[in-house]
Each structure stands twice: as C-alpha cells, then as structure tokens.
Design a protein around this ligand. Structure first.
Ligand code: BG6
Length: 793
C-alpha cells in the first residue's frame, strides 16, 4: 500500500506558516521581535466556552509557546469584575486540563497550564467604554512585553441577537491601528433563521466588520473526518475522480444520527428544529466538500470559496416533496415541562428529517444526495457515504462477496462509544492512498457495516483526533478562511433550505418512539420526484404549495366525484390531483403516463402544471388525447398549443413527449398513423394510461369522439381516425377501449357556454351515440372538474 504523507506535509506547512507569522527568520536580524495576539472570549463562562473553548485555547497556547508566540487572553461577560473573576477562575481550574491536551509538548504541562492561567484575565464587557478601555490595553500589553501586535481576536460565544452591538463596539474601538495586525471575529451559529433573517444579520454585521474579518464557525469543519474529505479526494484523484460523478455514483448519503434528545435546549431547539440546527449548516458543508470540484489549490481560501460557491449555486432549492419529517414521541411533554408551557401547547418542530436534494451540474445531474439527521435515533453515527453503481455480473456464486458486492466509500466522522473517524473503501474499488499515520486498527471486526462485511473494506483511522474546536481555533489563527463560512455561501445555503422550511410550516411531523424502537417507521425512499416514508400511515399524499389556499368544493356529479368552484380554483385542484397522482404512480410503478386533450379549456391547466416547479417531469410521459390532422406549425394543432403552453416551460426529456404522428401537411390522417400511435401506447404504457384529462364539447363530444360517429363502436383499437361533422376535418382520437382502461380519467369543463350540455348529462344518462362523454366509464369512475359557470350558469 502506498502511504503518503500529505496530511503530514499540511501540518508542516501550517507550522511553517505559524512560524512565518511570528518570526521573520533572517540572518540579518538574529533576534526576532516576539509577537503577541490578544484573544477575547465574549461569553467566557457559557456552556460552549466551558466545554470546548478554554481547552482549545490552551492547546493553541501550548503550541504557540513552543515557537515563542504569546497569547494574552481575556474572558468577558456582562457580570461585574468581582463576581466574574471568581467564576472564571473556577471554570478555568476545572476545564483546562493537561490530560486533554492534543498537541505534543516538550516541557512540563503543569507549568504550561500555570502560565496559561496567569495569562487569562477577566473583563466585564457591557458598555461601549469598556470595549474602548480593553482595546486600548492591547497596544500597551504589546509594548510592555516588547512584542509586536500580531492580531486581535474576538470569539463571540453569545446568542446571535447580541452580535450586532458587539460588532459595533469592536468595529468602533478595537480595529488595530498598526499595519500587519489583524482583527478577527469568530461567530457561532445560528446565523439567522432563514434567508431573510440571515441577510439582515449579515447586513448589520457588515456595517461594522469586513467580511474577511468574520470567521463564522461550523464545528463540523473542524472534525478530522470532515476536514480530510478534500485532501482525500485530492490524494486519490487518479483513482476516484473519474468515477466521482453521475455515471458511476448511484447516490450519496450524508448522515448525522444522535441518540440524545433535546433536554436542556428546548428554548433554542423549538425555534430551530433539525433542519436549521444541523442540515442547513453541518450537513450542507459536508455535501459541499464531497460534491464540489477540487480547487486548484485546496489550501487557498479564494480557490476553495470559488469552487464551493459554484457548487452551491447549482443545488436545486428543496421543496416539501423532497423531505420527510418526524418528531420523537416524548418531545411535546418534555418541551412543556422544560419551558413551563400549558398542557395544550403543541409544537410542529421536527427532530428528524430525511431530505433528497439534487445538483444541476454536469457532474451530478440526477444523482440523489440523501441528507438525514435526527435526535433520539437508534445510535450515534455520522458519515458521508458514496454508493457506486454496481453493474458487474459475477458468474460464480461466491462472486457476491467480491467484485459484485456493494461498491462504496464511507467517510465516517464519528459514532457510538467515541468511535474514531474512519475511512472505509470497498475492496472492489481501487485501494486508496491514505495519509501518513492513519492505521487500519479497528473496532468492527466481524461486523456488518453499510450492508457489507467489515472485512470487505480497506479501512483507516487517524492517529489522534484533535477536537473540532481546537482544530478550528488553530485554523482561524492561521487565517484559513476556507474552513469557515463566508457570507455568500451562507446566503446560498439559506436559499437552498428556505423554500423547504416555508413549505413545511403547518406540516405535522410523523411521530416516532425514539431509540431502537424506531424500527422501520422513519425509513424512506428517495426518488427524483419525491421522498416518502416507506410505511404508509394516515398522512396525506404529497401536497403542494397550493393545497392550503384552494377554495374549491367537492360533491358528486352523475354519482361520481365532482370538484366545483371558480374556474381558477377548479383548475388548480385538477393540477394538484394530477400532481398527487404522478407522485403516487412514480413511487409505485416508476413512471407516469399522462394524456392531455387539446382545445381552449385545458390551456390554463397547462399553465398551472408548468408552474409546479416540483412536478416530476423526468419520470412523466405526455401523450395526446386527440389531434387535428394539420402540421405542428398550424395554429389548430393541439400539439402546438401543448408545446406553447406547457412543454416549452418544463424540463422534460424529449423522449417522454409523444405527439400524435402528424408529420408534414396532411389533408386527412390515415389508418397507418392511428396504428402507429396505438402500438406506441401499448408498448410504453402496457395499455394503461395513469391519467387522462378530457374536455367536453357543447355537443357532448369528448376527445374527438363525435356524436353518431362509427368510432364510438370501436371496441379494440386504442386510436382511430375520426371526422369532425361540423367542418368535415379529420382527426386522430383515443377511443373508448383506451379511455376506459385508464387508471384515472378527469373531465374538465369550464365556461358559461357549457351550461346546457352539463345540464343534459347531469341526470346520469348514458347515451354514448348522442352524448359520447357519457360512454367514458373507467373502473375508478370519472372525476369531474366543472367550474361554477358551467355548472349553474
Ligand atoms: C450542534 C447542534 O451544532 O451539533 C446540536 O446544535 C448537535 O444539536 C451537535 O447535537 C452535534 O455535534 P457533534 O459534534 O456531537 O456531532
């Protein structure tokens, strides 16, 4: 196995940068001026600071001391100096520990720890003057230590609502006057609630700080597994880059399951939920690292950002039909207890979500990226999994174990029982190059992982995992902006997620028991057209953005289902019905065959359908119910109208569009054409359309089945040549055998000029010779969509 030392060279390179940052090694200046960086942790006694930040800064301090760079730290809160000093001292004594140190040391750790504690000072930061006073001290400290100021570093570990005023104080009083001294402000999520609030927050911050001064942290980017993704891809470009695309990848899964519940965090969590808490940020960041083009230089923040934003721009905004959501059963009660809410207080906040998203790039078009996260899952695990298409046929029975097994690469970011990050590559893929020091020790012998035996993987783990915060503090110190979130990627991420968040307002999440009892209840399928739970409960099929707003009425007509109301409402309701049917059909059969009629009435329906951005056109086939025997350029062509009002606006594969075969200028269609279309229908639909939309003529005709025509007697052919008695022109039309075999047939009738014919048929009369529409009788019954004008005049 070829082991490379890429990771080691990164470490060396960044070390060199640190040294470079603090000393100008030169033979002419043998005694370099020491440098000093002032660090201010605002919110110094909060949970995050206690759990990660102080220890993280201790790690950095130790590393910096070894190269002669000094840190001076200030812990700040709004509490007065007397109380704050005692509180901070206790926290530091408890939380800063030598046994948690992740950097190598050459001197006694306890001595270093003492030194670190002596360099931390408490400061009350409540008023502008206090910021002013503190920031004046930075220069003085540097002078006293005969050092050059290297940087001023603020870590805001406070709720986001406090950011703007702190940024104002920092921007007004703390910007360094000395050149080559940087100002960096680290911000913790949440960065807004949706696109609008994130934009507002960003604008407020930009009034006081420059974008390059802001380091928005996403701790997932500091996890070894995550930060190894791009270096791993780069290191293995020759092996995997040619299969890292839609031709070879079946799907990509990005998963973050937690066993924990929300206890202790309800006031935050109930405002955010799983999508805002981890999907818009952590999982989207991982997705970007997996899917972006490898930057020409992965250590260059500019090149990295360019590729990242390029990718993010191509991710399709997510809509409701691409997500399933759940909430663990005890959530409501725990929430009420913790927040002291009344017994009838309920929350629709999801604690679980499964989302499928797509990237409109040449590399990834059509590949589902499945993102999953939840609280109270059966286990804690986080991974990105690339599942490759398997098209090898193994002739020997035992081939299943080898070349024919699942081909996958899993970047495991951490899991149960403190499992280390791990890289798993199926043995039937080229063996990867890995970083120096990564070993193949493991804890999964004899286990089945991701549907494969553990022994079928080449697997590697890093030697020591620095905690994510320590890694990112170091990264921030080095100015590695690529490991932080810039404003434009943040906004782009909100653009992707905000439509879904809006769509989900008012949606009831599926309840799940939590832990191993979840069983299959949250399993879901991901199709291009939608994402749906595998097990059905009494939940509505996919709704779309209109459903809540449509004020149509339902009743019966000819003892069949009727939707009535204003024309617009009736048409919207029909569009929703077609949409729901398409999702159902694609889920159960993989395709949706839809036949549409011509004429004026369906034109607004075409417009409506063209505006449903989430309609699964890729798996839909469009057919015609009837056609005039004229060239497609002719204004009387039904296909022309369909193209002009629908097909031109949607993204449907051309092979899914099936116009009736009227080519050239034909005076009369002939038998040959009807046989051709008939065969095509039978071949592609198995003789059953999923959905047919018909119209109704004033004389009772439907499709091009006119009263008294011989076509009404047709009992075998699906398509026939017919003649319009009013002008003698020829047409092609579907016949009763075809219409009545369909799974769903809807008849759309609009306008006051139809009131007479509607009255004639409403009694339920069946007289196909005089009133051809009454001969339409599919097993499921006709669904009538009649607007109020046609129904009552
Ligand atoms: C945080 C979320 O960002 O990440 C928490 O707010 C979540 O809800 C946590 O529990 C998970 O982080 P980790 O590092 O334990 O996977």
């Amino acid at each position: 196995m070829m082991m490379t030392s890429l990771k080691a060279s990164f470490m060396q390179l960044s070390m060199a940068l640190i040294i470079g940052a603090i000393t100008m090694v030169s033979t002419q200046h043998p005694v370099p001026t020491p440098k000093i960086t002032s660090v201010v942790i605002v919110g110094a006694t909060g949970d995050l600071a206690q759990r990660y930040l102080w220890q993280g800064f201790f790690n950095l301090f130790v590393e910096m001391e070894s190269v002669g760079h000094h840190l001076k730290l200030y812990g700040a809160t709004r509490v007065n100096a007397e109380e704050g000093t005692v509180l901070l001292k206790n926290i530091l004594n408890e939380r800063v520990q030598c046994n948690k140190l992740t950097v190598p040391i050459s001197s006694n750790c306890e001595d270093l720890r003492e030194k670190f504690l002596s360099r931390v000072q408490y400061k009350q930061l409540k008023k502008a003057e206090q910021y002013q006073e503190l920031c004046k001290m930075f220069e003085m400290e540097a002078d006293q230590e005969h050092a050059k100021e290297n940087g001023r570093w603020f870590y805001l570990s406070v709720p986001a609502f406090a950011y703007a005023s702190i940024a104002e104080n920092v921007g007004s009083f703390c910007r360094p006057t000395v050149s080559n001294t940087w100002l960096r402000v680290v911000l913790e999520k949440p960065f807004g609630h949706d696109l609008e609030s994130a934009t507002k927050l960003s604008d407020q911050l930009m009034e006081h700080l420059h974008d390059e001064e802001m380091y928005r942290i996403d701790h997932y980017l500091g996890k070894t597994g995550v930060s190894s993704i791009l270096p791993f891809r780069q290191l293995n470009q020759d092996k995997y880059e040619q299969i890292w695309n839609k031709h070879h990848v079946e799907r990509v899964e990005i998963v973050m399951k937690e066993k924990l519940d929300v206890t202790g965090r309800f006031s935050f969590y109930n405002e955010y939920g799983v999508i805002r808490d981890v999907m818009q940020n952590h999982l989207t960041e991982i997705l970007a690292l997996i899917a972006m083009e490898i930057p020409a230089n992965i250590s260059s923040p500019e090149k990295h950002r360019f590729e990242k934003i390029n990718l993010m721009n191509k991710i399709q905004p997510i809509r409701k039909q691409h997500a399933v959501i759940g909430q663990y059963k005890a959530y409501q009660e725990e929430l009420r207890d913790e927040l002291g809410k009344a017994d009838n207080f309920t929350s629709l906040v999801p604690t679980f979500a499964g989302v499928t998203l797509f990237i409109n790039s040449p590399r990834w078009f059509g590949v589902p990226f499945v993102l999953v996260s939840g609280k109270k899952m059966d286990s804690k695990s986080g991974y990105a999994r690339i599942v490759f298409k398997q098209n090898t046929f193994c002739v020997n029975d035992d081939g299943i174990e080898g070349a024919c097994g699942t081909k996958q690469i899993v970047i495991y970011t951490g899991g149960t029982g403190g499992t280390k990050p791990m890289l798993l590559v199926s043995k039937n893929l080229p063996r990867p190059n890995v970083f120096a020091g990564w070993t193949t020790k493991n804890s999964f012998e004899d286990q089945n992982l991701f549907g494969s035996d553990f022994k079928d993987f080449n697997h590697y783990s890093p030697p020591v995992e620095a905690d994510a915060y320590s890694a990112l503090l170091r990264s921030c110190f080095l100015g590695e902006k690529q490991n932080f979130i810039a404003s434009d990627d943040l906004m782009q991420s909100w653009k992707i997620w905000s439509p879904l968040l809006k769509d989900l307002e008012g949606t009831i999440p599926r309840e799940y028991p939590g832990g191993i009892n979840n069983g299959e209840i949250l399993d879901f399928v991901s199709l291009t057209s939608g994402t749906q739970f595998v097990t059905q409960q009494n939940e509505p099929l996919f709704e779309n953005r209109y459903q809540h707003n449509i004020a149509f009425k339902t009743s019966t007509f000819r003892n069949e289902f009727l939707v009535s109301g204003e024309a617009k409402q009736v048409i919207q309701a029909l569009a929703v019905d077609i949409y729901n049917s398409s999702i159902f059909s694609i889920k159960s059969r993989g395709y949706f065959h839809l036949a549409l009629s011509g004429g004026k009435s369906p034109v607004p329906l075409f417009h409506e359908l063209s505006q449903l951005d989430s309609f699964p056109w890729r798996d839909t086939h469009i057919w015609l119910v009837d056609e005039r025997c004229v060239d497609f350029d002719n204004d009387n062509s039904n296909f022309k109208s369909l193209a002009k009002n629908l097909i031109d606006y949607i993204s449907i594969p051309y092979r899914n569009v099936h116009p009736m075969p009227i080519t050239g200028v034909w005076e009369n269609c002939d038998e040959e054409q009807s046989i051709y279309y008939d065969n095509d229908i039978r071949k592609r639909t198995n003789g059953i359309f999923d959905y047919i939309v018909l119209g109704l003529g004033k004389d009772g005709h439907t499709a091009s089945l006119f009263p008294h025509s011989s076509t009404l007697e047709e009992d075998r052919q699906f398509v026939s040549v017919t003649v319009n008695p009013s002008d003698g022109s020829s047409r092609l039309s579907l016949t009763y055998p075809c219409l009545n075999a369909a799974r769903t047939v809807s008849v759309l009738v609009t306008g006051a000029d139809k009131v007479d014919i509607v009255n004639r048929i409403k009694g339920g009369i069946v007289d196909k010779m005089n009133l051809p529409v009454t001969g339409v009788s599919p097993d499921s019954g006709v669904r009538w969509y009649i607007d109020d004008e046609a129904l009552t005049g």
